[in-house]
Design a binder for this molecule. Structure first.
Ligand code: BGC
Length: 758
């Protein structure tokens, strides 16, 4: 049914319209019976449905309804699998239809600037391209069921400390390339029905009233046609917010609708702005209301999907032949997480899982199992008795698996971690068990990287992250080789927190936080600094091996606006079936700007039987080569050479090719008295004129070419170097020009540039 939302808005009273722009309570939008506008509900995600049920008396139950807790984004991003995320989205959409929920809040694409951010477990990656692809796939899945999503938290909500007031100081290039890019691509590719603005300020302006971001960038540039809602309690000035593009205040405070009415009556807010906001909200409401589906939920199937997603996501960080474990052998499971796994983080994304599988139960029948607690509580302190028991159990078995990780209270919405360490008692347990049992595997349950001072000791490390409610089965299947791990790290694991690029500027002084590392976030920084890391971005092992060959570029020259197809062959050269994530990076060799050594621009996951070889292809376009040129406020790729790098991780590049790129964009360039000779010598249009003028300068600083200058202080190479950094005005001091001469030269140079442009 095509509805005429404009007409609907026309017949609403001013009060009804203002009312629509805030929630009825924490989770419902308002409704208008006389116009048939129904009451719809939004609920948290992102990786499960957290619907707070209404009691008979209309009050919300504190507990949410039982649902399926899929793996959070920290894990799913490591799948590098778009289809998998879409399937998860479809399942979420079905759960929403079954529970009468119109919008599920998520996915969350904030960039992992620091490993300490308390909500990193809900975010995908340190890389905006990967985050954008995972988010877009998730959105497509949910929305295919006529349930809305809310892409969040827009924007630059990269820490929890003072999240409701902090001012994030970020230069435009960094903002565009790193912190907005995942939102941009997800908006353009998947069209989320809503977007949630974050609490924080960016460069002095709250997101909830940031006209530049909510209207100019989001709507006018990116074409976002959905509604913007506030994060819960993010509204500062309601009227200013509405004018900036914030349609819905959540939860409804009940006190700010009147301010909107007043502002319209007094002429401070054009009524058309309000009308537009209401229209956008009606679209979201009716997309759901007009497409209600009778869904018979199959929870068991969703639980199995949660298992499959986790199996595709967990990352085998290290394996020296210990894994897979032999079925039927004697295996010691050590650590409380074996029986009570940590599978999700704290805060608004906390799902009431209808069932949780633990490794201990899941492994019954697969091996001769022994259990030892290993540590007490969070494992901060060593319990000597438990440690001794663990050592005995481990020594007596064929292999030991330590289920370790971060305690619940260390990772949650609302606050950040203060360090990157594991609980000290767990660190010691790992060290000591490895001493008595060479076949030790460490299974890590955590939402963000930890320092692993013991990493050399165990025979294998399996990072399961926070694995959702089926984590136990998934882990055991990977440990015993029923599943071949195929996840790749969506973030770098540094040796220590101090190595992280944001270390000196995180989380700021309580008022402001400056993003001084610029675009050098995550692997972009570690690689630029040639800094060794514990495990690099994109790393992840398999029980089989893959060989790459025959890189082919569909063209070796590309013009701005063109496309490039990169293809290659991947072969499973091991003896087990497995999946490989083939990663495509681009390196800018033009020297036009300070850029990271390489950036991820595409990837594909491919399944291969032993001995099987497949050709895979990936596309690149102009944007894949571009950086954000702040002078022209646009994306820009300079003419020149770019290297195409294909690999199994950011540091395991297997194939390389060169592309020659031609830009049609001319960067604006004007000459001033302070323009350097170097800049002018580099341009064919100005070189000749400058060479003439500079010839005299050479004489001045050390004799003309060919002559013995008689001075060893300045050799010709040095002369050139000095000249390059000289501004035109200095020709007065070194080449005998007058101020008038310099001004004339500036004029002639600008004329030469204009002529060349014509
Ligand atoms: C969180 C959002 C969440 C909302 C509703 C806020 O505190 O930042 O991510 O969707 O609460 O629970």
């Amino acid at each position: 049914m095509e509805r005429d939302f404009k007409a609907m808005v026309q017949v609403m009273t001013l009060e009804e319209k203002a009312g629509m722009c805030s929630g009825a309570d924490s989770w419902h939008l308002k409704w208008v019976d006389r116009l048939g506008i129904p009451r719809v509900m939004v609920s948290d995600g992102p990786h499960g449905l957290r619907k707070q049920e209404e009691r008979e008396d209309g009050v919300m139950n504190r507990d949410s309804v039982p649902a399926v807790c899929f793996p959070p984004a920290c894990a799913t991003a490591c799948s590098f699998d778009r289809d998998l995320l879409t399937r998860m989205g479809e399942a979420l959409g079905e759960e929403c239809q079954a529970e009468d929920v119109a919008v599920i809040l998520g996915p969350a694409v904030n960039i992992k600037r620091s490993p300490l951010c308390g909500r990193n477990f809900e975010y995908f990656s340190e890389d905006p391209y990967l985050a954008s692809q995972m988010a877009a796939a998730h959105i497509r899945g949910v929305q295919s069921r006529h349930v809305g999503t809310s892409l969040k938290h827009f924007a630059a909500n990269n820490q929890e400390y003072r999240r409701m007031s902090v001012d994030e100081i970020i230069d435009e290039r960094t903002l565009r390339e790193i912190y907005l890019a995942a939102f941009e691509t997800a908006v353009k590719e998947a069209k989320p029905e809503t977007l949630m603005c974050s609490y924080n300020k960016v460069n002095g302006e709250f997101l909830s009233e940031n006209h530049w971001l909510l209207t100019e960038v989001l709507r006018e540039e990116w074409g976002f046609a959905g509604a913007v809602m506030s994060d819960w309690g993010a509204v500062n000035d309601r009227v200013k917010g509405l004018a900036a593009g914030l349609d819905l205040e959540m939860p409804g405070s009940g006190v700010m609708d009147g301010e909107i009415v007043e502002a319209v009556k007094s002429g401070r807010l054009p009524e058309a702005v309000l009308d537009k906001a209401v229209e956008r909200l009606l679209r979201v409401i009716f997309d759901f209301a007009d497409h209600r589906q009778q869904v018979q939920l199959d929870w068991e199937a969703h639980h199995q999907l949660a298992r499959e997603i986790e199996e595709e996501s967990m990352v085998l960080l290290k394996n020296e032949g210990v894994l897979p474990l032999k079925e039927g052998s004697k295996v010691a499971f050590i650590g409380g997480f074996a029986k009570n796994p940590r599978f999700q983080g704290g805060g608004s994304s906390h799902i009431h899982a209808f069932r949780v599988s633990d490794a201990w139960t899941a492994a019954q029948g697969m091996a001769e199992l022994f259990y030892s607690e290993g540590y007490e509580g969070d494992g901060e302190q060593t319990n000597e008795v438990l440690l001794r028991q663990a050592l005995e159990t481990a020594a007596a078995a064929d292999a030991a698996v330590i289920f370790a990780g971060l305690p619940d209270s260390w990772e949650s919405e609302g606050y950040d971690r203060s360090h990157m360490r594991m609980p000290e008692g767990q660190n010691r347990l790992i060290q000591e068990v490895c001493r008595v049992q060479p076949n030790t595997v460490v299974v890590l349950h955590n939402g963000a990287p930890v320092e692993m001072p013991w990493a050399d000791a165990p025979g294998a490390i399996l990072e399961v992250y926070l694995g959702g409610q089926a984590v136990g089965e998934a882990t055991v299947n990977a440990l015993f080789g029923r599943v071949n791990p195929s996840g790749k790290l969506a973030e770098t694991i540094p040796y220590r927190l101090e190595d992280n690029p944001s270390y000196l500027n995180f989380p700021g002084d309580g008022k402001r936080v400056e993003y001084r590392e610029g675009v050098f976030v995550g692997y972009r920084y570690y690689e630029a600094k040639k800094m060794p890391v514990r495990y690099p971005f994109g790393h992840g092992l398999s029980y089989t091996e893959f060989a790459y060959r025959d890189l082919a570029l569909s063209r070796v020259e590309m013009e701005e606006g063109g496309r490039l197809t990169v293809s290659l062959k991947v072969k499973n050269v091991g003896s087990r079936a497995g999946k490989e994530v083939v990663q495509l990076y681009v390196a800018d060799h033009t020297g036009a700007a300070a850029r990271p050594p390489k950036e991820l621009k595409n990837f594909v996951k491919v399944e291969l039987q032993p001995g099987e070889e497949k050709t895979v292809s990936m596309e690149l376009d102009t944007r894949s080569f571009a950086w954000y040129q702040a002078e022209i406020h646009d994306w820009y790729a300079a003419s020149g050479e770019y290297e195409i790098l294909v690999g199994a991780s950011s540091q395991d590049i297997r194939l390389r090719g060169i592309l020659s790129y031609r830009s049609h964009t001319r960067l604006p360039f004007r000459v001033y008295a302070n323009t350097t000779l170097g800049e002018l010598l580099a341009r064919p249009e100005t070189r000749k004129l400058v060479e003439e003028a500079a010839g005299r300068m050479q004489e001045h600083v050390g004799g003309a070419e060919g002559e013995d200058s008689g001075s060893e202080a300045i050799n010709p190479g040095m002369q050139l170097g000095m000249m390059e950094n000289c501004p035109l005005r200095a020709l007065r001091s070194f080449a005998g020009l007058t101020t008038q001469d310099v001004n004339q030269l500036v004029e002639r140079l600008n004329q030469a540039l204009e002529q060349a442009e014509r």
